[in-house]
Design a protein around this ligand. Sequence first.
Ligand code: HAM
Length: 436
Amino acid sequence: MRKSAKKVSKEKKGGAQPLLQSAKGMRDILPEEQAWWRRVREAGEEIADFYNFMRIDTPIVERAELFERGVGSGTDIVEKEMYFLKTRGDRLVLRPEGTAPVIRAYVEHGLSRLGQPVKLYYTGPMFRHEQPQAGRYREHNQVGFEIVGGEGDPLYDAQSIVIGARLLHALKIKKIIVRLNSIGCRVCRPVYRRKLVDYYRRLESKLCKDCKRRLAANPLRILDCKNEHCLEFKARAPVVMDYLCSGCRNHFKGVLEYLDEVGLVYVLTPHLVRGLDYYNRTVVEFFIEELGIALGGGGRYDYLGELVAGRRMDVPAVGVSLGMERMVAAMQAQGTSGRERPKARVFLVQIGEEAKRKALGLIEKFREANIKVIESLGRESLKSQLRLADREEVDLALLFGQREVFEGTVIIRDMKSGVQETVPLEKVVEEVKRRL
Ligand code: HAM
């Protein structure tokens, strides 16, 4: 009895609170993982630069309507997974994806005045309230490439697919399957949709609960269902390729020819549909069998411009985006290393109060000369600082103690040979530069 009374009083004082952890599906990227992230970010930027993409950053918060209209109100992303913000005014959400915001920005700022097509890339976090599992988080990061405006030439479909593949190649991620399909346009897709509905109506009683709902709301999404029984029916379902109009067939043929031209291997995947409604014609996924997930995906979305603008508008567009968490996971699974921070080559060892005070100023001198110096100003003993310098594998250590401060000198120690030399303080940067 007495014990529990004690516990209550402790809790009252605020002593026994549960440990706060990150929210479900959210994760920290700790320093030990940053080398992979660095490599993914750098490779994304290099590829964007090479193919002449301009960076665009859109807000993390957007109006819900953007995705309801753009991604589609019948999709899982919009129906179940959006994070709504509690605000007094607008209905705002955390963006679940990056393509609709890019098109919003393109229309809003009249980017059609630039040379077309405009090539834009972005990196950043997306939020989806999904059931977390391996490779699926509620906050994830994407690097995305969008080619907007122009003529809707199949060349750009091919180029965006090539860019996705090049990024994965640059990261040395192997065994990627590029899955490809065309899902037609406003003219031919309704015909296919009717055929699909006819086929599934007969099976309706055997479909899973979600697919029964999808049959009325968004029948193409049935093809994306992972339920065992639904998968069996999918094998015999009509394929969209058989219903493409001549315009879509020729366009898709063009995409394949361009891909053949650059020697990119793909797998035609007749039942590939994507989880977002804005696609027409080409759809693509970069699948990695080893992990059983897509590292990226995309396709053409010629109608998104007018959905966002709310009026007739011709904005042909195509793009892909790749999941950064998943690329990092693939690199780690395949034993590919990340990119470490550039190592410092100089370590500043300071001994005594006076030297410590002057050390900050000395480091700034090196900063001006763009020479990276590390220190351990919290440590006092020469021995422990030298041990650290050894561990950091620097080339030179600078020894700076009471006597050096007094004489206005610094000792430069070559860490390999152990040879030391005293140089005047005002010459030390120059001398270090010479030795490096
Ligand atoms: P998405 O397929 O929904 O497409 O997402 C692109 C990639 O983001 C996926 O292939 C996956 O690697 C990663 N991803 C998606 N959801 C999660 C999650 N919950 N956890 C971890 N990674 C995830 C789009 O978002 C389109 N905007 C792609 C696009 C660009 N279409 C045209 N242009």
